[in-house]
Design a binder for this molecule. Structure first.
Ligand SMILES: C[S@@+](CC[C@H](N)C(=O)[O-])C[C@H]1O[C@@H](n2cnc3c(N)ncnc32)[C@H](O)[C@@H]1O
Length: 387
């Protein structure tokens, strides 16, 4: 990776990110997710794994802690050339993304808001996690997923993925092309799936014209569903970031041209403006979350300015009685094949007691550091709302 342009190297230095992490990319296993995992029988899954192992000529196994994820041991395998990929049975997604989505701990019936959802890898996974895991077909009462993203072209990709891969789940997914900093549309009203409930309520609905989803079924677009005022049970803020921890993404610039890396990652004031955007996304996600609900803040950056310091500012505004940073149990001791997490960054010494107290409140947040976890880089904080 000696070819990194000077501006990117300076960015890594300023952000205390070791350029050696990128050397790991060619040594790490590949990960993929089996699509429509809940709807497959054990023997179908076993057959699919054997087929992939035989084609890839390496060991392939399920990661027990992350539902439907496969570890493919050869780092050089080209996923998009596998038959299972071409047939739409698997999609490439790093296990660090699986951990971020699973940390949200969604349960059937939850209304989930994914505030930076495109291109949609986590959104599709969250929709599958909502299904009852008993092999039966998904019912509309599973819950809902509302995806929001400001980028129209990335949302177009997300819509294609939902249409192609989400099967019956597309009934309870809706997408909005909107700014996640100001998005304020409540969760679909309970009963949105039932034409009788919707019809009965029609006369009592306010005259207001609702903002319809950019993508969603007719029932999801109904005035009844769109004028829901409930907050969400779960919110994912997988925030816009500089992607420096996403090893596979960064090394692609070797082919795409390093100029583009400069342009897209470290151009103008991006390292300064991105943390502000992240704070605003986190704050709005919090406003849209029900008391008792869970919010996950994640980024694929390893920069402390985009992770710990964003969380620090958030916790400075929200008291211990209002928010707790909870442990991510599925990462404890790397059990069941889950990656080993690293502690968060904190200063060597604190300027005052308040700073020390806020860092103490953050200790359950984690980093997935490629040098330790064997995954792409990721920061994950799981926040529980109490009031
Ligand atoms: C890390 S990516 C999200 C990846 C996605 N969660 C997934 O798993 O496929 C960050 C996303 O944030 C979006 N974004 C940037 N600014 C935004 C804003 N103000 N409101 C909503 N989304 C925004 C970007 O368009 C980008 O798609």
């Amino acid at each position: 990776m000696a070819q990194f342009p000077p501006a990117y190297l300076a960015f890594l230095k300023e952000n205390h990110i070791d350029p050696k992490i990128y050397e790991k990319q060619k040594l790490q296993p590949r990960y993929a997710r089996i699509l429509r995992f809940n709807q497959r029988t054990l023997s179908e899954i076993t057959k699919l794994i054997e087929q992939i192992a035989s084609e890839a000529q390496c060991a392939v196994a399920l990661v027990p802690s992350i539902r439907g994820f496969l570890r493919i041991n050869d780092p050089l395998v080209k996923l998009n050339q596998l038959e299972a990929y071409k047939a739409g049975d698997i999609m490439g997604i790093d296990i660090s993304s699986g951990v971020a989505a699973m940390s949200l701990d969604v349960r059937p019936g939850d209304n989930v808001l994914d505030l930076c959802c495109a291109p949609g890898a986590k959104l599709l996974f969250l929709a599958e996690l909502l299904e009852p895991h008993n092999g039966k077909e998904a019912a509309n009462t599973c819950g809902t997923v509302t995806g929001v993203d400001v980028s129209l072209h990335r949302m177009a990709t997300c819509r294609s993925l939902v249409k192609k891969h989400s099967g019956k789940n597309k009934q309870f997914i809706r997408l909005y092309v909107q700014d996640g900093r100001t998005f304020g549309i409540g969760a679909p009203k309970a009963g949105w799936w039932d034409p009788q409930v919707v019809q009965k309520a029609a006369r009592e609905l306010p005259k207001e014209v609702p903002v319809k989803p950019w993508f969603g079924t007719k029932m999801m677009q109904s005035k009844y569903a769109c004028l829901g005022t409930d907050l969400y049970d779960r919110v994912l803020v997988d925030a816009e970031c500089t992607h420096d921890g996403s090893l596979a993404h960064v090394v692609k610039y070797e082919r795409w041209g390093w100029d583009r890396l400069d342009e897209q990652v470290v151009n103008d004031d991006r390292p300064q403006s991105v943390p502000l955007l992240q704070q605003q996304l986190l704050e709005n996600g919090w406003q849209m979350l029900k008391p008792g609900g869970t919010l996950v803040y994640s980024t694929c950056s390893l920069s402390r300015f985009q992770n710990e310091l964003v969380l620090y500012k958030f916790l400075s505004k929200h008291s211990d009685g209002e928010v707790k940073v909870e442990p991510i149990e599925l990462l404890q001791d790397g059990k069941d094949g889950s990656p080993v997490a690293s502690p968060i960054w904190q200063p060597d010494s604190f300027t005052d007691g308040k700073e020390q107290e806020i860092f103490a409140r953050m200790q359950n947040a984690v980093r997935l550091d490629p040098q330790v976890s064997g995954t792409s880089g990721m920061f994950i904080a799981r926040l529980r709302k109490f009031q």
